[in-house]
Design a protein around this ligand. Structure first.
Ligand SMILES: [Fe+2]
Length: 353
């Protein structure tokens, strides 16, 4: 599959993913549709920025089963989140049952298929960022939780905490939330309060466990005490908050925002790996490698020793890439466990979403 801007579309291309309307979540154009000229014009009229089409050069059945959750589920979660936010604004609390049920469905779906790996989906529509980000963090956190061996009940609690980790932001003024420039110190102090606000909201609204409220409270705490709101150190931060912290930062780094472009997954991962022990827990970072897909099958990379390699196999445990420069020796690298060399650049990065 390949993500293309509307201007790049041509009649005859086949849609790989259903396109939904931004306002009410209804289907605009279904997956498998063959694009006609009027479809492309209609998409442009709806301010749709990009779509995913099939690309016969890189298509394979294997990639198709790696999607973290179905598009309909993603849209349903976003709709429920919007309803909850509306309810909180009018009533000060919200009914968490529907959200809990859909998180249970997501956990069930992911557990059922051990091949599910997270592919970064660059979110180009800024208005949708907050909701899409919450769903991404939920999915990544559940995947990490599975690798770390949590049971289904714990995964559901982790998932709802991850989905609602930033819910306190609804009590922060949008002027600060959407500010493109760096925040002033007093504005940053106000922004930090979304953790406390989220804690208060979830404490009142989710009765099955106090942990989602603690995830909201602690997801900006860091191993070395440099986080907020309390500057807790590693031993005092709940494990679920450490998982959501990693999922949150990874998704933020790999998403387009109004003030920055999305970083490729491998660069985001490398930057986070450099902060293991100071910001992030090693166990969680190791689990992240197994659930994201920084080096998709078919992509070509340059290593710090000068070798160019092409990825041939991707699973949660290994990412095998063969050298293109030494074909007669068929040198194979596992990009998850490189010794003495690192990936320095993407030469042909396949965008699978
Ligand atoms: Fe946050």
């Amino acid at each position: 599959m390949r993500k293309l801007a509307i201007a790049e579309l041509k009649p005859g291309m086949k849609l790989a993913k259903t396109i939904y309307r931004n306002d009410d979540g209804r289907i605009l154009l279904s997956a498998e549709s063959e694009l006609k000229e009027w479809h492309i014009q209609r998409l442009a009229e709806y301010s749709c920025e990009s779509v995913v089409i099939y690309d016969s050069d890189i298509e394979s059945e294997e990639e198709l089963v790696l999607k973290p959750i179905k598009d309909e589920t993603r849209e349903k979660v976003v709709t429920l989140l919007k309803q909850s936010v509306k309810q909180i604004k009018s009533e000060g609390t919200f009914e968490s049952q529907d959200l809990m049920e859909i998180v249970q469905r997501i956990v069930e779906y992911i557990i059922a298929d051990s091949h599910v790996i997270y592919h970064v989906l660059a979110i180009s529509n800024h208005d949708k960022y907050t909701y899409s980000h919450s769903v991404n963090v939920c999915v990544i956190a559940i995947l990490i939780g599975i690798v770390m061996g949590y049971d289904r009940n714990s995964l559901e609690i982790l998932g709802i905490g991850a989905l609602l980790h930033d819910i306190g932001k609804i009590r922060i003024t949008t002027r600060i939330l959407n500010k493109a420039q760096q925040l002033e110190p007093c504005e940053y102090d106000m922004m930090k309060k979304h953790t406390l606000e989220g804690y208060e909201l979830l404490k009142e609204s989710i009765h099955i466990s106090f942990l989602p409220a603690h995830v909201a409270l602690q997801h900006h705490e860091r191993e070395d005490g440099s986080g907020y709101p309390k500057g807790l150190i590693a031993k005092d931060i709940h494990q679920f908050a450490k998982i959501v912290a990693v999922a949150d930062v990874f998704d933020a780094m790999t998403s387009d925002r109004v003030y920055k472009q999305a970083a490729p997954a491998y660069l985001a991962y490398q930057e986070m790996a450099d902060q293991v022990g100071t910001k992030y827990q090693r166990t969680v970072l190791e689990a992240l490698t197994k659930v994201i897909c920084p080096y998709p099958k078919g992509s070509i990379w340059e290593l710090s020793n000068g070798d160019r390699v092409m990825v041939t196999t991707v699973t949660r445990l290994e990412c095998l890439a063969k050298s293109l420069d030494q074909p007669e020796q068929t040198k194979i690298y596992n990009l998850y466990r490189l010794c003495g060399v690192k990936v320095v650049a993407g030469i042909h990065e396949i965008n699978i979403s």
